[in-house]
Design a protein around this ligand. Sequence first.
Ligand SMILES: Nc1ncnc2c1ncn2[C@@H]1O[C@H](COP(=O)(O)OP(=O)(O)O)[C@@H](O)[C@H]1O
Ligand SMILES: [Mg+2]
Length: 247
Amino acid sequence: MKHIVVLNPKGGCGKTTIATHLAVYASTLGLRVAIADHDKQASSHDWLKCRPRRCADIGVIAAYDGEAIAGDYDVIVHDMPASSMSEHMGIASACNKIVIPIMPSPIDIKAAMRLWVKLSNSGWLDDPNIEIGIVANRIKANTRYVKTLEAFIEKIGLPIITTLRDTQNYIRSLDAGLTLFDLPPNRVAADLVQWQPLMEWTGFFDIEDDELLELFGEATGAEPTELVSFEDMQAEQLADEAAAADH
Ligand SMILES: Nc1ncnc2c1ncn2[C@@H]1O[C@H](COP(=O)(O)OP(=O)(O)O)[C@@H](O)[C@H]1O
Ligand SMILES: [Mg+2]
């Protein structure tokens, strides 16, 4: 059984979105998959409850309720909560792969810095059995902080596996118990192609298969964005805080 964990103590960065997509993709390819939902908010559990019966089958493990991580599965995708990581370090360190979604905003980048310090102290960054990959999520063309995020990730030496654009497609499909992999591929081709590097990185699938590659559409051209230095970012944040204190 293979395990993949999606974590970042920062809320709203895309953990549940990525966990559900990984699960559906693996299930579509014929693997037996469960999502272990570690979040008391039970978002992926709720998502599964409204998933149409005709769609690829996914199991659920209510880990947030103490349910044991077990079952007849090929893959377990761990959807982690937005909370201090300490209580979940054991689970994550037992996983083969760790996906960290990060959004390009000053708050998210700062939270990612703190997470990186934690990962460093835990020894995971030097552990040959643990592979960590970043997903830059909710990327908007011309967002100033995209380059800042990229510079930060380059500095800490972790790979950006892929970037996912900001689109309502995710919000609408998750709301209906679906993922983009459940929709007609031609409607979401620009998004599907962004998932391909992550799917390859998981190592769960034989991605050489031409039929699988047909799932993906044409790559979209990325817009160049302006670089914002950490110093500028911090100055901006301090100015915001000072303005807020004045009110
Ligand atoms: N790439 C994206 N584009 C647009 N909306 C997104 C994207 N990724 C996530 N979202 C939305 O952002 C919100 C938070 O995402 P979620 O996956 O629940 O984060 P987390 O599990 O880390 O709290 C959800 O409403 C989700 O649909
Ligand atoms: Mg979540």
